[in-house]
Design a protein around this ligand. Sequence first.
Ligand code: PLP
Length: 377
Amino acid sequence: MQIPLSSPDITEKEKEAVLDVLSTPNLSLGPKLQEFESKICDYIGTKYAVAVNSGTSGLHLVVRALGIKDADEVITTPFSFIASSNCILFERAKPVFVDIDSLTFNIGPEKIEEKINRKTKAILAVDVFGHPAEWDHLQDIVNDNGLMLIDDACEAIGAEYKGKKIGNFGEACVFAFYPNKQITTGEGGVIVTDNKKIADLCKSMRNQGRGENNEWLQHERLGYNYRISDINCALGIVQLERIDEILKKRKQVAYTYNKKLNEVEGIETPYTRPHVTRSWFVYVITLNKEYTKEHRDTIIQELRNREIGSSNYFAPIHLQPFYRKMFGFMERDYPITENISGRTIALPFYSNLTESEINYVIENLVDILREMEELKR
Ligand SMILES: *Cc1c(COP(=O)(O)O)cnc(C)c1O
């Protein structure tokens, strides 16, 4: 049996919607873009939404719209997908890492303040694996220190923090729609904010810096082509209409994993804080402390040999080759991140994963763990 790591949830409705756009002349900057943005606003509850061609583009535009530039510092997490830190580098600002909380894997708020100095402009927090960061605590820190706050919620659409939807924290928030995310547009992302100035700047910069009148050959500022096509938006509209159903199915899959894996020795299932509602992006288990990174890598390889998708979510950003080169980062700089990163394994996870497939994944995992125990003796 072949089981991928992730798989989008696409129905006939999505296919029809995409085909419908193809029989109109509006393949970009058309009515589907506006409809998608307005449906995102309705769902998240923000005043503005600016859809773009990726989560990474969205993060870049937010960093630029906030005026973060050369030599500014932005406090962020080393345990994330690399784009959350690269978007700071795009503007030649410096990502300053703060180690994570060992339970939620999110940036540890209590260690932030010691890193704040005159150059610090913002905190960019990530809702890792769909588990919200400690937003109240982060908001207090930015208020006390006159900083800005950015939410990389590329893994967390539909999540809630103390009953409030993710997307409503900080100056602006970004969601992403790559096919492994909860909902997809093929490629895509969206910036949400209540701040008109940020929304207007992002709209202009995604479209070559054109002004509000959209005069085609008049450019008010430096811009990019970060537009998302109406084809992608049409797909996104149907996915968004189905989001409650999709998130419910993902939650069910996660609960099934939790229930069955709680009986397996040597691993821990994902931890969720009581005051948040997680939006399940990936299903990541943590091996016990007796396992080394080499053991973990062997387990991933063994799963892959059995055609079961598996991955090491995440590799620490500070240890990526070009980060080491640029900033001189070394092993043990962020010990919790490195420790967690060496013991985590993402298992196959998507809304249509069946119970028998879950059983198959677990049987194989247990089998691999048993073989490993025998090797260790
Ligand atoms: C997926 C992701 C992104 C980037 O999204 P793309 O659409 O792939 O550019 C950014 N940050 C995090 C944490 C992500 O998981």
